[in-house]
Design a protein around this ligand. Structure first.
Ligand SMILES: [Zn+2]
Length: 201
């Protein structure tokens, strides 16, 4: 947790998001020069009065560090802590505008919003459209995970989380077998994303 709590501490507010996804907007962080302040900021998401999760964002030179916890289907909590690079582009009317560079493997798109998910990534990555030329065993795991998501009636894309429940009419035993299979595939696919993310450190 080195550095958390140092610098300016802002509580940046609570917001609801559509489709159970947690959105992290760079505009909120860039406001009032916060990104340059080496500050720490905490976000909480809630929906219908229920807390959906929270995240700590720490600003540093050229990147922010995201710290939060995640878990799948009531499993063990995993501590997540990784940097997301920030890019700056000039504005029409002068000044600069900040962007996230999506931290998902093979992406790096310049985006204003990241979505979580076990891992925060851009909207495009929610469909996991990895280029087929660098498909690895782990990419295949992501695609197989998506196939299972379809069978489970969950929105496709491992970043969409897995708390979507059992589809109507599916036997409990079948459901849990598919969920266990899914969890293994997701861990595999996310492992590859985290490998990539950690190369920045
Ligand atoms: Zn992306």
């Amino acid at each position: 947790m080195g550095g958390i709590g140092s610098g300016t501490y802002l509580r940046c507010g609570t917001r609801s998001t559509i489709h159970d996804m947690r959105a992290l907007q760079i505009g909120k962080l860039a406001r009032n020069g916060w990104l340059e302040s080496n500050g720490t900021c905490s976000f909480a998401w809630s929906r219908a009065g229920q807390r959906m999760g929270d995240i700590m964002v720490r600003a540093a030179a050229g990147h922010v560090v995201l710290t939060y916890r995640t878990r799948t289907n009531g499993g063990d909590w995993r501590d997540m802590d990784y940097p997301v690079q920030i890019d700056w582009t000039p504005c029409h009317l002068g000044g600069t505008r900040a962007w996230f560079l999506c931290p998902a493997r093979g992406c790096g798109r310049r985006v204003a919003t990241l979505y979580g998910g076990a891992v925060f990534a851009c909207r495009h990555c929610h469909g996991l459209a990895y280029p087929s030329e660098n498909e690895s065993a782990r990419d295949r795991a992501a695609r197989r995970a998506d196939k299972l998501r379809e069978r489970l009636g969950w929105p496709v894309g491992i970043f969409n989380g897995s708390n979507w429940g059992r589809p109507k009419g599916m036997h409990r035993a079948t459901y849990w077998r598919l969920v266990r299979e899914y969890d293994a595939l997701e861990a595999h696919a996310l492992g590859s994303i985290m490998d990539w993310v950690h190369r920045f450190r």
